[in-house]
Design a protein around this ligand. Sequence first.
Ligand SMILES: NC(=O)c1ccc[n+]([C@@H]2O[C@H](COP(=O)([O-])OP(=O)(O)OC[C@H]3O[C@@H](n4cnc5c(N)ncnc54)[C@H](OP(=O)(O)O)[C@@H]3O)[C@@H](O)[C@H]2O)c1
Length: 328
Amino acid sequence: MHAWLCENPVGVEALTWKELPTPEPKAGEVLIEIKAASLNFPDLLIVQNKYQMKPPLPFVPGSEYAGVVRAVGEGVQHLKVGQNVACLSGTGGFGTHTLAPAALCMPLPDGFGHVDAAAFIMIYATSYHALIDRAALKAGETVLILGAAGGVGTAAIQIAKAAGARVIAAASTDEKCALCRELGADETINYSVHTPQGTLRDEIKRLTGGNGPDVIYDPVGGDFAEPAFRSIAWRGRYLVVGFASGPIPNLPLNLPLLKGASLVGVFWGNFAKNEPKANAQMMQTLAGMYLQGQIKPVIDQTLPMSELSKAYAIMGSRAVKGKLVLVN
Ligand SMILES: NC(=O)c1ccc[n+]([C@@H]2O[C@H](COP(=O)([O-])OP(=O)(O)OC[C@H]3O[C@@H](n4cnc5c(N)ncnc54)[C@H](OP(=O)(O)O)[C@@H]3O)[C@@H](O)[C@H]2O)c1
């Protein structure tokens, strides 16, 4: 097997494509031949030692991937050799093969291709858990989605529309806003024009008839959080999803008080660990929504696995619309 190895977490340029011994699965594990792997934001951070999870060195980055089971370890019941699976195990995806805990593998029904499957679990699980479970989004409510053309953002648009909500998608370019409208967003805000320091609040107010959004989905943080929160509706729910712009905002606590609003933390990975049954049920619901055509990952482009550093550069420059996928 071959894989991109991180021996020194100082950035993408230090990764090397190495031949490694193909491992045997231990009890509870499977060996997967990787067909496709997608990039998620933590993949950028983990090779720079900036992510909360710091795997022991050396490691193969690549949090999420899909492929074919080639060997199963002792005690594995629900997977067999030849089965197509998707997996989100945190590392291992940027190579030709990897060992994965069988419990983290999602068997793929017929009709679920490897490219879509590799780009599925993280974004839909996060956005469904956030909007439906944590915010209890209801049909007819208005949701404002920041960073709406990114990975979790595009998933959030599709899930909110499937739930019958009105969607205001906010992103940094007209091109990204156009993609959001194609995905079903009812309104868009280009926040490079309506900036957080400028007219962002006026525009949100205008698009919500003065009421503000019932739910705000925020994977961006930084300068956007406070003006967005100040625009929220009475009894609104503000979803803290991530800080893609860098800074973690400090929100004055009088704001939730004044709006009778909730600040709601979202951490899908810990939800999956703490509530595995509820997570498994949610994943089944999401697979069903995919097969019925209600949700489908937006694939910006696929690149050969050998072009990992190019893929990282595209993601690092904020240029991805939807997801980037590497294929073997
Ligand atoms: N809480 C959870 O359970 C959970 C799960 C998954 C992901 N996340 C977090 O959610 C965030 C988004 O993840 P993702 O995979 O959707 O990433 P992504 O595809 O790169 O999207 C992030 C979006 O953030 C916006 N952005 C604003 N400032 C940026 C900057 N300085 N650099 C890069 N992007 C910037 C970009 O949109 P514009 O250009 O339109 O502003 C971009 O489309 C990350 O912080 C990630 O860690 C959280």
